[in-house]
Design a binder for this molecule. Sequence first.
Ligand code: FE2
Length: 262
Amino acid sequence: MNYSMGNMKIQQIFYKNTLRNFCYLIRFDDGAIYCIDPFGGGEVLSALKGHTLQAILNTHDHCDHWSGNEVLIREYDCDVMAHNEAKVPGKTKSLGHGDIVHQAGEWQLEAVFAPGHTMSHLCFLMKKSGAPYALFTGDCFFNAGVGNCHNGGSAPVLYQTISELFSKWPDELLIYPGHEYLKRNLQFTIHCEPDNAKAGEFLNRIQGQNLDEIFYINTMHTEREFNTFLRLNNSTIKKTLNLESADPEKVFLTLREWRNKW
Ligand SMILES: [Fe+2]
């Protein structure tokens, strides 16, 4: 699926694998193309249609986010960028919080340190004329959910990232996650917050749709309406968890535990 904003284009590639990975191609005004989290290289080669690739960006070092690196490096001899501590194949450049990946015209892509799913996880923030426009979240944040922490992560650290970083993003920010888990996550929202009308409406809307073919790009505004992990003070959720007087961190950690087993 293509999203075009003037000369800047975002192409979303969906792999119909069990983990339901997304990969993204970003083409800037000046023609430079970046690939975020290639699960497979062949699909990226096809999507590039003869254009060259400037660099691969890996949000983190779980293999479903870099297994396409080798094919693409062989074809394009491109840079591979990831966090200093992330063990990804072919890395040529380490990125830290605030590092600018590319700038062309009014668009700028920068690295955002977002630990918790792993301790060396980056998100990538696209800014338009200096304002946050779109966020590529890897496995830190999903539509209606957040990443797990069982493979090198830390739930308290993820809580810090979500509560401090994500609470500041503007409502209009577009979210491009690393996996397609929308329906399952909305069902979890209803499980924890049965009276969430927005989640119910969205579930009705996607009922019967082929979610291998139709994808939704949510804004932070929408996420704030039905992402349980952003609704830590909600009285229904706290009641469901039997945590009516608990602080937000306890609610978050309990939700993460529930989602792990759900
Ligand atoms: Fe991951």
